[in-house]
Design a protein around this ligand. Structure first.
Ligand SMILES: O=C(CO)[C@H](O)[C@H](O)COP(=O)(O)O
Length: 250
């Protein structure tokens, strides 16, 4: 079946969703090569929903690409769009990966982990030859990370270490504030990740040197991974609700 013509997409009731969809569809169409890309990473979040939807349109009897999830939600997206599901253990080399972001700076450094999937997202994206970001235009930072995303850097930690990591973030790395992410009305107590860990959100204000901050956090005992994605993405697609897309690349 031919791909849906982008100019003939049925309108969505929410403008922000239109922005996400156009960014995702354009990113897939302009970067995914169905002939050569056999292993495709599918990230997590609300924008990637449209990546999976568009990839689903490429499936026919002549295609044989496998999709690698970055967590439970991502696995569901792959299955529900009738894409072939694989694992990073089976396919440690990924041809291309698509994912959302919480903030993207001028150098394509990222904050991710707003959806608590950062470890598997980093495992898959850093195993990919090409990593493409899909987002609505609110995610584009005017300068430094931390300008738009005020919730802090997500950090996945081993549960038993959370008290120690909170103290180290404040005493050794002078973060402004840090707390374990709570499930809110959806769950009493902390959010538990797909890897059975906790997430700490640590506010460092605007981050002038995300590489150094990532390295410093990573050295703390108990830290599994940080939501700072350094030198990983090669292109970002930022959608607007009027159907335009801004592309940022190095
Ligand atoms: O990092 C993530 C999940 O851990 C998401 O990619 C990020 O939060 C962006 O999500 P959305 O597309 O819903 O804005």
């Amino acid at each position: 079946m031919p791909l849906t013509d982008l100019s003939k997409l049925p309108p969505l009731p929410i403008p922000l969703e239109q922005a996400k969809r156009i960014a995702a569809y354009r990113a897939v169409d302009e970067n995914f090569d169905v002939k050569t890309h056999k292993v495709v990473g599918v990230g997590s979040g609300t924008t990637v929903v449209y990546v999976a939807e568009r990839l689903g349109e490429y499936v026919d009897k002549n295609t044989n690409f496998v999709c690698i999830p970055t967590g439970f939600q991502s696995k569901q997206l792959i299955v529900s769009n009738k894409l072939q599901l694989g694992s990073i253990e089976q396919y440690p080399e990924v041809d291309i990966a698509f994912d959302g972001a919480d903030e993207v700076d001028e150098s394509l450094q990222l904050i991710k982990g707003g959806g608590a999937c950062l470890f598997q997202e980093k495992l898959v994206s850093s195993s990919a030859k090409k990593f493409i970001i899909v987002a609505d235009s609110r995610k584009k930072s005017p300068k430094y990370l931390g300008y738009n995303w005020k919730k802090g850097v997500p950090i996945e930690v081993v549960p038993s270490s959370y008290v120690r990591v909170l103290a180290d973030l404040q005493n050794k790395l002078q973060c402004k504030s840090a707390s374990v992410r709570e499930g809110g009305s959806a769950k009493a107590g902390p959010v538990v990740t797909d890897n059975s860990n906790f997430i700490i959100d640590a506010d460092f204000g605007e981050i002038a040197d995300p590489r150094k901050l990532h390295q410093d956090i990573k050295l703390l005992v108990g830290v599994v991974e940080t939501g700072l994605f350094i030198d990983n993405a090669e292109k970002a697609y930022f959608g607007n609700s009027d159907g335009t897309v801004q592309i940022q690349q190095l």
